[in-house]
Design a protein around this ligand. Structure first.
Ligand code: AMP
Ligand code: MG
Length: 495
């Protein structure tokens, strides 16, 4: 296990031409103190977690001192925000410190989120507040615990610095990491400016850096698009299966690696409602839970458009044809991933054409009664094949109990037909249906304590959510449905 100063840094993105990024030094965060760290993320860097508490590491990761080998930049990108193209965004408050090259051969780009002004900050202050930083920190690690691709979070710093939002808050800083933070919007900016040379340089960079196997394909840029289509489709299926709503699926928040990126006003569904909107500013429900799969495709269409000049440099019609073909794979890829994930959630081993209908009718019943999404699937593992239909306590969660009984009859018949055994099925179901998710009210409780200087609840949630499938009897309360005050917490975009 190493210390931060022993790590080897590279800066591959900063070697790309100026204009694709801006060199910028972090602005030290006043009175920065390490609030929490993720031992699992530290292990990915081959770092000893305790070494992050050392003065040198705190100084480097909170922006007051660069280590040899770091060459910080802010990335340039654009994006479609709520359906409208915004020509230049860029990281207004995220800085790439450099990439850690591990002995195991991995590359992890380290980013400071909240590291101060950059040339892309526009009217912003380059800072992040404690509450949004805690939410991103916990949710990154929680999503990883659920097996969902995501950027990771190494540690979070609190500070004495005052930051002005709707009220005065404390500045904070998140150190996040991913093999790459390139977004769909990173391509869109050069396409819309007709800077096709930069567009190609970026595509070549992404292929060489993240998808080296595609280099030998006959059409590497088309292969790249196909790869991103597949990854995005699978990611959307995983979000839907977990009951996760991202909240701001602008194309600048879509990762080219198919990672969950940029946690803002996200939410896990408590009482099941397919039209759940977690973003307080999303008045029309553009990013409602049940819209996410189609928004994924809409966003991929923006990416495909941006790649058109590279697909067939001589024949625009041929480029469009290739892009259409690649995008046509999205819906089947999403459906396949979603149905197989639902089958796993229901403990079904064999594929059957009626499976989508079986899952959909359960979800319909849950929506009518507002049944807790996470707990219903978790507790469904306890259903037995031999009990009388009316015996399962699960039926009491539904307003229309006979309708649930009828569904459960069909479900039992389906399980019997594949020779399902109660004990084996329950164990498998408990390995895919979490007991614990980062419910908004849990995050809120941790934030309120942290704002008083007590980070113990942040640490507790981090640990709990790193093992979401394991019953943790001493923490059973964390599986509870939200109390009244926490039922419809509105999360603002301001962060
Ligand atoms: P987000 O909603 O966090 O994905 O941010 C959208 C865009 O606004 C990104 O380009 C951010 O870098 C930028 N941004 C958000 N908050 C700030 C801030 N406080 N200061 C500067 N730029 C910001
Ligand atoms: Mg963003």
């Amino acid at each position: 296990m190493k210390r931060l100063a022993d790590l080897t840094f590279d800066n591959s993105f900063s070697r790309l031409p100026a204009g694709m990024h801006a060199r910028v030094r972090p602005t030290p965060l006043q009175g920065a103190h390490l609030a929490s760290l993720s031992p699992a993320a530290a292990a990915l860097l081959e770092l000893s977690p305790d070494s992050l508490r050392e003065q040198e590491a705190v100084a480097a990761l909170s922006g007051s001192q660069l280590l040899p080998g770091m060459d910080p930049i802010a990335m340039c990108y654009a994006g479609h925000q709520f359906g409208h193209y915004v020509p230049q965004l860029g990281d207004g408050r995220a800085l790439v410190l450099g990439e850690v090259l591990t002995a195991g051969g991995a590359r992890w780009e380290l980013q400071l989120k909240g590291g101060g002004l950059t040339p892309f900050s526009r009217d912003g202050d380059g800072r992040a507040v404690l509450r949004s930083t805690i939410r991103e920190y916990l949710c990154s690690e929680a999503m990883h615990g659920l097996g969902i691709p995501t950027t990771r979070a190494l540690c979070l710093f609190g500070s004495d610095e005052e930051v002005y939002r709707e009220r005065i808050e404390r500045g904070a800083l998140l150190v996040r990491m991913a093999p790459s933070h390139v977004r769909f919007g990173s391509f869109e900016v050069f396409y819309h400016r007709q800077q096709y040379r930069e567009l190609q340089q970026l595509a070549d960079y992404v292929i060489d850096h993240d998808f080296p196997d595609l280099r030998d394909c006959e059409r590497p840029y088309l292969a790249l698009l196909r790869e991103v289509v597949g990854r995005t489709a699978r990611l959307m299926a995983q979000w839907q299966l977990a009951g996760f709503a991202h909240g701001v699926m602008n194309t600048d928040n879509m990762s080219i690696l198919g990672l969950t990126l940029d946690y803002g006003p996200f939410g896990f569904i408590d009482a099941y409602d397919p039209g759940f909107v977690c973003n307080h500013s999303d008045h029309r429900g553009r990013y409602a839970f049940d819209q996410q799969p189609s928004v994924g495709l809409w966003n991929l269409t923006c990416l495909a458009q941006a790649l058109l000049p590279l697909l067939d440099a001589d024949d625009a019609d041929a480029s469009v044809e290739q892009a259409r073909d690649a995008l046509a794979d999205y819906e089947p890829a999403f459906a396949a991933a979603y149905v197989s994930g639902m089958r796993a959630k229901l403990g079904l081993r064999e594929a059957h054409p009626d499976d989508p209908a079986l899952a959909a009718s359960l979800l319909d019943l849950m929506a009518v009664s507002g049944v807790d999404y996470t707990n219903l699937f978790r507790d469904l593992a306890a259903l037995c094949l031999d009990e009388a239909a009316s015996a399962t306590p699960l039926r009491d969660r539904f307003i229309d109990r006979p309708a649930f009984d009828a569904w459960a009859d069909d479900y039992r018949a389906r399980l019997r037909a594949e020779g399902s055994g109660d004990a084996t099925r329950a164990a498998v179901m408990r390995s895919v249906n979490p007991r614990y998710v980062l419910r908004n009210y849990l995050a809120q409780q941790a934030i309120e304590r942290a704002e008083q200087g007590d980070y113990s609840e942040v640490d507790c949630l981090l640990d709990l959510l790193s093992r979401p499938f394991e019953e943790q009897p001493e923490r059973q309360g964390y599986a509870a449905e939200p109390p009244d005050w926490g039922r419809r917490l509105e999360v603002s975009c301001s962060s």
